[in-house]
Each structure stands twice: as C-alpha cells, then as structure tokens.
Design a protein around this ligand. Structure first.
Ligand SMILES: Nc1ncnc2c1ncn2[C@@H]1O[C@H](COP(=O)(O)OP(=O)(O)OP(=O)(O)O)[C@@H](O)[C@H]1O
Length: 234
C-alpha cells in the first residue's frame, strides 16, 4: 500500500488558540477515509489546516515524501491535492465547458475536458448549458469534474453532503465511491458519518479537537457503543 498523505502530531487553530491538536492520520493511495465527529469537534478546522488555509499550524504533513506544511493552498493543487468546497463550487453564469476551462493549474486542458465528458456523459450533453440551469445532480457532477481537471491524487471534501436533498446525498456519495477507480484517493469530513463510513475504507473520530478512535470503517460501524456516541442517526 502506497502512503499518500501522512499527518503527524498536527496542531491547528485560530489566533492564539489551538482547536485541534495531537492529530496523526494517513491516507493511502486509492483509499477513501472519513473524518467524523460531533458538532464543533474541529473537523472543518482540520480540513482547512490540510488545505493550507490556516496560519496557525504546527506538526508534520507530507504528501508522499514531500512536506506540505508552509506550502500555500494554490500550490498544493499543483502537487495533486484538490479541495471541493461545500457550496459555490461551480460558476452558475458560465457554461459547463467554460467551468472546466477556467480551472487553474491544468496541463493538456483540451484532453482533460474530453476525459471529463467521457467520465460524465450527462455533462457532455449539456456542455453549452449554463451551470445555473443544471439539475442538482448535474451540478454536483460538474463540481467533481472541476476538481478532477488537474488530475489530482487526493481529493479533500468538507461535508460534501451538507445542504443536499436525500436523493442528492446518495448521488454525491456514489461520485466519491467512484474516485479510486479514477486513481484518486478521498478524505472527507462528514456529519452523516454512517453513510460516509459505508463508502469508506477507514475512519477517524474527532472529539474536542483530538482523534479518539481510528479503525476500519467496517469495525467503526459495527461498534454499537461507539456508533451511538459519535455517529448520530444519519
Ligand atoms: N474562524 C474562527 N476563529 C475562531 N474560532 C473558530 C473559527 N472557526 C471555528 N472556530 C472554533 O473552532 C471550534 C471547532 O470548529 P470547527 O468548525 O472546526 O468544528 P466542526 O467539527 O467542523 O463543527 P461543525 O460540525 O459544526 O461544522 C469551535 O469551537 C469554533 O467556535
């Protein structure tokens, strides 16, 4: 198994305060990993730290053998780490094709756009449609296609199913489940922990800024006491 992302003893926060600390985790090539936890446990803070969006970060973070700490967010994309924001992940006034054309850090753009249309045939059919006029499912596909344009190794998703209808939640989880087949690993932070773990290989549970449990997704879902404590009802 090839180790892709390695995080060791990471602490991160805002101003003078650490929100998460002592965080050690990893993502292997072609793995799907979920970070779950109660409200306010520090999930979003951890994602921001991983994407280079916080100034208060200490510890170790590597992509393969390359240190990530101190590398600006936009440079991490070029290194193969992309981030899918929860909302505002497409430009509604641009067409589908234009949304793919404006992604930065892409080499061989025409070939990549055709690869995205091969992967998402519904988008190919609507390539001249403005993103704002797409169905919810098509818009999510476009957000994924945009994230896949730079041919990333790792996709980080911050609560990808928040604010979606139940039908769309299923569609988005299926898109994530399909990432390893495209050569991409996924690290997702999720409130819907049970559903996210159901498509994951492994999971980490955060509580008040620390990893309290990590295990295979299968064992986390099977542990009733832990599931009652941390996985909620979704
Ligand atoms: N910009 C900020 N400045 C200062 N403190 C912040 C900031 N953003 C979040 N926090 C604090 O960090 C703590 C953890 O928040 P965070 O959003 O990381 O948790 P979370 O697990 O993602 O929560 P949720 O599931 O509700 O989104 C909270 O106490 C919050 O008040």
């Amino acid at each position: 198994m090839t180790r892709l992302l390695t995080v060791s003893d990471l602490a991160a926060g805002y101003g003078e305060v650490d929100i998460v600390s002592g965080i050690s985790l990893h993502v292997d090539a072609l793995e799907i990993v979920t970070i779950a936890g109660t409200n306010g446990s520090g999930k979003s803070t951890l994602v921001k730290a991983l994407m280079g969006l916080l100034t208060r970060v200490r510890g170790e973070m590597r992509l393969g053998d390359t240190p990530l700490l101190g590398v600006p967010a936009e440079k991490r994309i070029g290194m193969g780490v992309v981030y899918v924001p929860q909302v505002e992940n497409v430009f509604p006034t641009l067409t589908v094709t234009e949304n793919l054309q404006v992604v930065e850090g892409v080499t061989d753009r025409r070939h990549r756009i055709e690869a995205m249309f091969d992967r998402f045939p519904a988008l190919a059919e609507r390539r001249r449609t403005r993103a704002g006029a797409l169905s919810g499912g098509e818009r999510q596909q476009l957000a994924f296609a945009r994230a896949l344009m730079p041919a990333p190794k790792l996709m980080i998703l911050d609560e990808p199913t928040a604010a979606l209808s139940p039908a769309l939640v299923h569609e988005v989880l299926e898109l994530i489940r399909g990432l390893p087949a495209l050569g991409v690993s996924a690290l997702l932070v999720e409130q819907r922990a049970r559903q996210a773990l159901a498509i994951s290989d492994r999971g980490y549970i955060l509580d008040t800024g620390r990893v309290v449990i990590h295990d295979t997704a299968e064992r986390l879902l099977a542990d009733e006491r832990m599931a009652d404590l941390y996985l909620g009802t979704h």
